[in-house]
Design a protein around this ligand. Structure first.
Ligand SMILES: Nc1ncnc2c1ncn2[C@@H]1O[C@H](COP(=O)(O)OP(=O)(O)OP(=O)(O)O)[C@@H](O)[C@H]1O
Length: 258
């Protein structure tokens, strides 16, 4: 049986009109799917409004206790529930969850030799039984990037990593396609030119584009996760723009060899 895991990124969370278009695409999909969403800039904006300073170490954002509180409120609250409400309005029986709900995603608190990452977690396991239960009941899980350590502590996890782990887990029973939806038409050979989509990305091309700076910033952890998922047996992994969600060959496909 086919199943799609669709990660939607920060920019799509912030653009209400784009999100409405995306939800209409979701409403027209026939096979079961799981949505994993990122956080966008809302958490940073709320922290600012609350007067909570941004904690950075070596240019990296650290999730301290206060930041975790805001992150949980924003990711599994406002963003998750807004998305679920929009889907419900279109007749999609969506259910918003974070990693602690139904023990969906457990994570290990990240240990840094030099950096205390705070409440940041790397995914340890995904609860296949919980996902199956929901999918078999015709429910569309909408997963926020909040996980837990199994000992009562909530953690902030990378949504791209959660999507990859969910796809790999579902891949044991379903024919899974993992789709990273983001604000560009795919991985671009020239970031300023939407006509420069790389249709197939191999590990060697990836290394080349990373080396010359064509692929940078948030695209690197996303592609690391994408390649890991293909290695771990996910049949199809693609990076596309949400407007192309119903186009089977749009965007960039991750492949191991040409
Ligand atoms: N070669 C490239 N092609 C396309 N985008 C690139 C490339 N290199 C870097 N990027 C950047 O990567 C961004 C996508 O990564 P980002 O981390 O913002 O992901 P997201 O999924 O939209 O958000 P989030 O991390 O909040 O879930 C693009 O908006 C673009 O600016």
């Amino acid at each position: 049986m086919e199943c799609k895991v669709i990660k939607i990124g920060g920019a799509l969370i912030e653009d209400g009109e784009l999100q409405n278009r995306l939800c209409r695409k979701f409403a027209s999909m026939s096979s079961p799917f799981v949505i994993v969403h990122g956080g966008g800039t809302f958490a940073g904006q709320l922290s600012e409004r609350l007067g909570i300073p941004r904690k950075m170490i070596d240019g990296r954002r650290v999730t301290d206790r206060e930041t975790l509180e805001v992150t949980v409120m924003v990711y599994s609250g406002w963003i998750n529930k807004t998305l679920v409400a929009r889907l419900q309005a279109l007749g999609v029986n969506a259910c918003g969850l974070s990693g602690c709900d139904l023990n969906l995603v457990q994570a290990d608190r990240r240990e840094g030799r030099d950096i205390d990452w705070g409440y940041v977690g790397d995914v340890r396991q995904v609860n296949m039984g919980a996902l199956e239960l929901l999918l078999q009941a015709g429910v569309i899980p909408v997963v926020a990037p909040i996980t837990h350590d199994g000992k009562g502590v909530l953690l902030n996890s990378n949504a791209d990593g959660i999507a990859a782990a969910v796809a790999e887990t579902l891949g044991r029973c379903y024919d899974v396609e993992l789709i990273y939806c983001f604000d560009k038409k795919g991985v671009l050979a020239d970031v300023g030119n939407e006509d420069s989509v790389i249709s197939c990305l191999t590990p060697s091309l990836y290394e080349e584009y990373k080396g010359n700076g064509v692929i940078h910033s948030g695209m690197i952890p996303k592609l690391d996760n994408a390649f890991k998922s293909v290695h771990n047996g996910v049949r199809v992994v693609r990076l596309i723009h949400p407007d192309d969600l119903d186009q089977p060959n749009a965007g960039t496909r991750i492949i191991l060899e040409k």
